[in-house]
Design a protein around this ligand. Structure first.
Ligand code: NAP
Length: 537
């Protein structure tokens, strides 16, 4: 049967105009496909469009995070800081959108509500919030892994008379906290960035902390024009390097074990990492700190000692030191004078593991100890990671099968890119894909998907669906690769836990953690062997 005769609106529909969706649009258009991107925001940028909270910035070196696909972009764009702030990142993504005239194929303020596969036409019908529907051969999701914010399950949120925001739904106009009473609830990477920034100019700041996280210094700095020239000259080498590191950062694991060196060497190495910019202390540390409990205890003790040095009040310092998990077993928040914020008279740490929040009141927050009054409450309470990005859309595959239901039974994909039962749907950064320095993984996955679609088009093929066998194989491989990681023993978004989500309190593996080189090897092998695992026809 010739499936190309059917009247489709587009060859491919992409959901999301963030880093993934923008690049996917560029690539497929380059191949001559008719592409439409639906984006729920009013502009491009995805994560960097939504997360406008004070202090939002990269934790990856700016130049390692930007797109690598265009020499012109690399030549033209100057990063002003080693770890750029959200406004600069958004300007960068807007510049890329302008440069390649991407907006003409992006429909903004368009919330995709449903996606239904039709076997008869081998196509997808996408339904928007405004009731319109569109048909396309391929559906590609670029919806992020941390895009569905979660408010805390605390009574009375609606009753608060002041202003309140989730960090990922920040207003577009600046918010002035000078002389105001502000609460921040949540102390993950987002909370940490927010707290240290708000603390700079606030009347009074109260931080409601459930469980502290292990933070390490960011050591941000300006990039002077001369330094930018050096960075630019080294782009090729740097991207090549990132393609080989475990998690696509410029930092890579030290091949030594923590106890293969003397105590003095170990201490000096950690001092040096603690004094260096970025994720080196997490991603460039001894090879066993994230797998060997003894090595992990040693680095945790090292970081705890730094926290004690930096926080004046020893009781507050103890509260800021995690006791329930080791360093690096959650994604490490990077900070700038975060700990010193607690030395300010006007910054207060409220340990809600001791005095839980009872409810939000019209004036502020009531704990078991007292009522706090606020002008603003900031919820930095995280996301329904990975799952939530997908489950908010009613995605139906073969025979009306629900993706949400399928994944509730077992979270399984092939390469994090395809799922059995959902033909012609490709995911950029789907569950069990390689995460880390995400744009590096995104570019890789977009290229792979584009090559797959081009391969199909060249051969008149109209259907791609990961086989159950391939999917099961990948599922088992993902679990096997991650089995020694201490992070599997910790509740965090990486293990699918957010305490506010009903009915999902069992830890699972959300993303592939076996390292980038092996991920890429597997993807390349599939392509080389003619995509047998996708049962193309
Ligand atoms: P998160 O890591 O999930 O942290 C959420 C925080 O809210 C935790 O401290 C959590 O406490 C707390 N919380 C949740 N529900 C609560 C409740 N009902 N009452 C009190 N506290 C509550 O979320 P996130 O900080 O937004 O970070 C998520 C991820 O986004 C990061 O790990 C990172 O991958 C990414 N991110 C990246 C950047 C960057 O690249 N620059 C910046 C920010 C975030 P418990 O942990 O005790 O549950």
């Amino acid at each position: 049967m010739d499936f190309s005769n059917y009247d489709l609106d587009y060859d491919a529909i992409v959901i999301g105009a963030g880093i993934a969706g923008m690049y996917q649009l560029y690539k497929l258009r380059e191949q001559g496909l008719r592409v439409r991107v639906f984006e729920r925001g009013t502009g491009v940028g995805g994560t960097w469009y939504w997360n406008r909270y004070p202090g939002a910035r990269f934790d990856s070196e700016s130049y390692s995070y930007g797109y690598s696909f265009s020499q012109e972009v690399l030549d033209e764009w100057d990063w002003s800081e080693r770890f750029a702030s959200q406004p600069e990142i958004l300007r960068y993504l807007q510049y890329v959108a302008d440069k390649f005239d991407l907006r003409k194929d992006i429909q903004f303020s368009s919330d995709v509500k449903s996606a239904v596969y039709d076997e008869e036409t081998r196509s997808w019908e996408i339904g928007l919030g405004d009731g319109n529907t569109y048909k396309s051969r391929f559906l590609i999701t670029g919806i992020g892994i941390l895009s569905q914010p979660v408010l805390p399950k605390i009574e009375g949120i609606e009753s608060f008379k002041g202003q309140s925001f989730h960090t990922a739904r920040w207003p577009h106009s600046p918010v002035d906290f000078a002389d105001k009473r502000v609460a921040v609830i949540g102390t993950g990477a987002t909370g940490v960035q927010t707290i240290q920034e708000v603390a700079k100019n606030v009347g009074h700041l109260a931080v409601f902390q459930l469980r502290p996280e292990w933070c390490a210094p960011l050591h941000n700095s300006k990039i002077e024009p001369d330094e930018m020239k050096v960075i630019r000259a080294g782009y090729d080498e740097m991207f090549e390097h990132c393609a080989k590191t475990t998690a696509a950062f410029i930092h890579d694991v030290d091949p030594r074990g923590a106890f293969e060196v003397t105590d003095k060497e170990r201490y000096e190495f950690w001092e040096q990492l603690y004094a260096s910019p970025g994720f080196g202390i997490w991603q460039g540390n001894f090879k066993d700190i994230l797998t060997n409990p003894k090595a992990n205890k040693a680095i945790s003790d090292f970081i705890a000692a730094r926290i004690r040095e930096r926080v004046n009040d020893s009781l507050v310092a103890e509260k800021l030191i995690p006791k329930d998990h080791g360093f690096g077993t959650k994604r490490v928040p990077l900070e700038t004078r975060y700990y010193e914020s607690y030395n300010q008279e006007n910054v207060e740490l409220v340990d809600i593991s001791e005095t839980p929040i009872v409810r939000i009141t019209e004036n502020g927050v009531l704990t078991t100890e007292r009522e706090f009054e606020f002008d603003f409450i900031i919820y930095a309470t995280g996301f329904d990671a990975v799952f939530g990005s997908f489950s908010r859309i009613d995605i139906r595959g073969v025979n009306g099968r629900s993706l949400k239901q399928q994944w509730e039974e077992e979270l399984a994909t092939f390469l994090g890119i395809q799922t059995n039962g959902f033909p012609n749907m490709f995911m950029i950064m789907g569950p069990h894909a390689m995460a880390g320095n995400n744009p590096r993984s995104i570019e890789y996955q977009v290229n792979w998907v584009t090559e797959t679609i081009t391969y199909m088009d060249d051969r008149g093929m109209t259907r791609a669906e990961a086989t159950l066998e391939a999917q099961e194989g990948w599922h088992d491989y993902v679990l096997e690769q991650g089995k020694d990681l201490l992070r599997n023993e910790v509740d965090s978004w990486q293990t699918g836990i957010n305490i506010n989500l009903e009915g999902r309190q069992t830890r699972i593996t959300l993303m592939y953690a076996g390292g980038q080189p092996s991920y890429r090897r597997r993807c390349e092998e599939v392509a080389r062997n003619g995509y047998k695992e996708l049962n193309l026809r």
